[in-house]
Every structure is written in structure tokens, then in C-alpha cells.
Design a binder for this molecule. Structure first.
Ligand code: PMP
Length: 467
């Protein structure tokens, strides 16, 4: 099909754009430009490539929103969904269950660390985090300590867009116009090594973060703190890889003070770091609860969930738990079509050796990205597995150029899109988290275009006197 041709096909790109401008309230929309801003209209996708409505081919560097693990056009997943839709399109999770939900739960339990064997399905990452937080509330209320409510989170974390998950997020910009359950959350410092206080080594920075967490616990009272929620790598906060030892030491503090540890693996699970889950295999910890979403279906259909440890579950269930109800669920909890997609996705990941591939190709990807550190606009390049971030600064010493704040990522993305690459701009950063099936040659092209996009942006900034 020629893009935009034929009366029976989808509307041509400019018609779609016009309809979107008139009627679509886009997520995270800038209302100053409501009805004006044009987002790239996509038409189809294959492997790691997106095709826009004009037929332009773009490498999808962020894999959608860090989710399209096996790449686009995976027939096995599409067929599994179609077959399941014909066999049993839906079942009520209120009073029935289905083969795909039960089998997927068993399969996930087999992959989670330790005894995290109770799986609760949700509709995505935000509802997974919300369910985990509400489970923690249920847990403490049930155990007769309703004052143990506070959640420890971190600055620049992102945990979702529902009221409670958003309250745990630490991005200041998201908090300007919306209310949050501020009384329920306390934000600790972001473990961003690059912007650690002057004069500290990485090890000293880790000590500083642990000391801050411990003094917060002592100050607020361990009997008031219910949980610590942490992305193993803070993803949309700018690919923050905490200092060596941080994960183990935060878990130790939680154990010492009877605080539940929720690892938000919405981005890091299902292969992004070369393992089904990163908590144990990459960072050596077994949390109490893990939340997941995104990569579980490679983004083909929405699904999320949480895994709760048997130990925690045992404390609030069984013959003593008369009348106790974890009163939380969704019409689409354990949706059979989503679960069938997830099973097919896991089959593909196994059959094609995608976890091994990620582990093999990670050094190549990280080394290539690191070459961009030589550019004068780039202050830091960081990452792990198949996720990386280029952090731009005006002055490599000062690290934080106010004049350029919030703009540079978008400028680079605009240049890259002209050359065949979509990057994910976050303030002054560009995030790369490609589909996990990416090959070396494709990484070369991706990083080559990113380099050109940064160079073009440097020329623009100089011309406009901004740099
Ligand atoms: N947690 C993390 C770590 C995330 O990155 C995201 C989404 N970017 C979420 C939760 C929320 O997931 P969703 O958008 O599927 O609701």
C-alpha cells in the first residue's frame, strides 16, 4: 500500500494529523500548543524500524517506551493474540480465571528471584505500582499497624500516572499543576553518580545516600515507614545507574527496619538488562515485591503486574486471615489475550536466545554510545544493558547549563528524525533503549545518526548564541 493512497486504507498522514490536532488530547500534552503541535504520525513498523505516514523509515531508538523487546512485526505474538481472541476473548477475573493467566503466572514465578511466587496482573506499569502500594497498605493495616504508611522514593524517579504511583514519582515538572498524596511519600536523593556532590568519590557518594536513607528512617520512625520503592535503574529520570553496592545496602536497611522493598522493574525486566528480572541477576537482591509491565508483551498489548513473596503473603493469608480481602482489581486483570501475548513473547525471547544476545551485545552498544562523550556538548554517557543516555551540558565542568534546560533533547531528536532516527528526549538528555534484537550494524547507524544530530544541534546553539 502506498502511504496515504486509496479510499479504503487509513486516512492519509495530513488528515490523521488534522484529526489528532482537533480531537486527541495527547498524553503529557503541552496545553500552550493544544491543537497545534504535530506528533510524528506512524503508519507501520518492522523489526527495529518505524515508517511514518510519508513512508520515511526511522530507527526506533527508545523501542516505543522501552517496551518493544522482540521488535515489530512478530507473527508469533500476533497469532497467539488472534487465536486467544477467537477461543476466549475475555473472562471476568472477579469469579473466573483462564489458562493463559494461570500459566503465565506460573511461568513468571519461575523467573522471579527467591520466593516471589504470587503474581497479580494489572493493565500496565502504573496500575502495577499502584497495586503494590495498596498491597503494602493492606499488609500493614491487616497486621494492626495502620500508622506504618510512608513510602520512601527518590528524586527523579518515575513510577506511573495513577494518583498514588504518580505521588511516588520524583520529577518536579510533573508536580506543578497536579495534586499528589504528598503526606504518603518522602523523596530521597537521586543516586545519580554524575551529579554527586563535588569532591565525593563514587564510594563516598554511596555512603552518603545510605546515611541519608538511614537518618530519614530514624527521624521519621521505622514504625511510620511502610516501603521503599526503587527502579533498579531510574529510567525516564535519565538512566540513573546507582553506585556500586547501593541496591544491597538499601535492601539491608529495609530488612533492618522492617520496611518492605518494592523493586519497580517495569523497564528493567524482560530482557532490557539481559535477564528476565534484573534485581537478583544484575544487582544481587531479592526484593519483597517486584512490579513489571512493558516488555512482558513487548508492547503488543497492555499488561502489567506484581510478584509478591511467599513470606509476605503468608503473613496476611491462611486460616488466621478470616475476612481479610485484598480489595483491588481490574476488569482486565489477567486478560486472556494479553496473557497469551506475553506467553508468545516469552517463547520468542527463549527461542531466539534474546537474553543471551543482549548480554553479548551490551559492551558493543555501551562502547559505541560512550564514543559520543568526546563531543563538546556531551557531559555524560551512562547506561547498562541495552539502555543508555547521553546527557548534554553547556559547560562540561559546571555540568548544568540553565540556558539550555529542557530544550536540547528535543532539538537533537528533531535533527535525528530528519536523518532516520527517533530518540527519546528527556530535558537535556537523549535516551536510547532499542528493541533487544538490534544488531551491531544497526547500532552503528543509530549512534552515527545521533552523533550527527548532536553536531547539528551544536551548530544551531552556537548560531543562536545559546552556547
Ligand atoms: N514504572 C516505571 C519504572 C516506568 O518507567 C513506567 C512507565 N514509563 C511506569 C512505572 C508506568 O507504566 P505505564 O506507563 O505502563 O503505566
Amino acid at each position: 500500500r502506498e502511504p496515504g493512497s486509496g479510499d479504503n486504507g487509513p486516512a492519509p498522514g495530513d488528515e490523521i494529523e488534522a484529526l489528532a490536532k482537533r480531537h486527541l488530547l495527547q498524553p503529557w500534552e503541552s496545553l500552550e500548543h493544544l491543537g497545534q503541535s504535530a506528533r510524528t504520525v506512524l503508519d507501520r513498523a518492522e523489526n527495529i524500524y518505524l515508517y511514518d505516514s510519508e513512508g520515511n523509515k526511522l530507527i526506533d531508538a527508545p523501542a516505543g517506551m522501552w517496551c518493544v523487546q522482540v521488535g515489530y512485526g512478530c507473527r508469533e505474538i500476533a497469532e497467539a493474540m488472534a487465536n486467544q481472541a477467537m477461543q476466549l476473548a475475555y473472562n471476568s477475573p472477579w469469579y473466573t480465571t483462564s489458562g493463559p493467566a494461570a500459566e503465565l503466572a506460573a511461568r513468571i514465578a519461575d523467573k522471579t528471584p527467591g520466593d516471589l511466587n504470587h503474581i497479580f496482573f494489572t493493565t500496565g506499569g502504573s496500575t502495577a505500582v499502584d497495586s503494590a502500594l495498596r498491597f503494602v497498605q493492606f499488609y500493614n493495616n491487616y497486621l494492626g499497624r495502620p500508622e506504618k504508611k510512608l513510602i520512601l522514593s527518590r528524586q527523579s524517579a518515575y513510577h506511573g500516572s495513577t494518583y498514588l504511583s504518580a505521588s511516588c514519582s520524583g520529577k518536579e515538572r510533573d508536580k506543578v499543576f497536579l495534586d499528589f498524596a504528598g503526606n504518603l511519600v518522602h523523596h530521597l536523593s537521586s543516586p545519580l553518580v554524575y551529579r554527586r556532590p563535588d569532591g565525593m568519590t563514587e564510594a563516598q557518594f554511596c555512603d552518603f545516600l545510605i546515611a541519608e536513607m538511614e537518618s530519614t528512617i530514624l527521624e521519621k520512625g521505622a514504625d511510620k515507614i511502610a516501603a521503599f520503592i526503587a527502579e533498579p535503574i531510574l529510567a525516564s529520570g535519565g538512566v540513573v545507574v546507582p553506585p556500586e553496592g547501593y541496591h544491597k545496602r538499601t535492601l539491608e536497611l529495609c530488612r533492618k527496619h522492617e520496611i518492605l522493598y518494592i523493586a519497580d522493574e517495569v523497564v528493567t525486566a524482560f530482557g532490557r538488562l539481559g535477564h528476565w528480572f534484573a534485581s537478583e541477576e544484575v544487582f544481587g537482591i531479592t526484593p519483597d515485591i517486584i512490579t513489571f509491565a512493558k516488555g512482558i508483551t513487548s508492547g503488543y498489548v497492555p499488561l502489567g503486574g506484581m510478584a509478591v513473596s511467599q513470606k509476605v503473603m503468608a503473613e496476611v493469608s491462611g486460616s488466621d486471615a478470616k475476612g481479610a480481602v485484598y480489595s483491588n482489581g481490574y476488569t482486565y486483570s489477567g486478560h486472556p489475550v494479553s496473557c497469551a501475548a506475553a506467553m508468545a513473547n516469552m517463547d520468542v525471547i527463549e527461542k531466539e536466545g534474546i537474553l543471551e544476545h543482549v548480554r553479548d551485545i551490551t559492551p558493543y552498544f555501551q562502547d559505541k554510545l560512550a564514543e559520543l562523550d568526546a563531543l563538546a556538548l556531551v557531559g555524560d554517557v551512562r547506561g547498562a544493558g541495552l539502555v543508555g543516555c547521553v546527557d548534554c551540558v553547556a559547560d562540561r565542568k559546571a555540568k548544568n547549563p540553565l540556558k539550555l534546560d529542557s530544550e536540547v533533547g528535543g532539538r537533537i531528536d528533531a535533527h535525528c528524525q530528519e536523518k532516520g532516527l527517533i530518540v527519546r528526549p528527556v530535558y537535556n538528555m537523549c535516551v536510547m533503549s532499542p528493541p533487544l534484537v538490534i544488531r551491531e550494524r544497526q547500532i552503528d547507524t543509530m549512534v552515527g545518526i545521533l552523533r550527527a544530530g548532536i553536531e547539528d544541534t551544536m551548530v544551531d546553539l552556537e548560531r543562536e548564541g545559546l552556547w
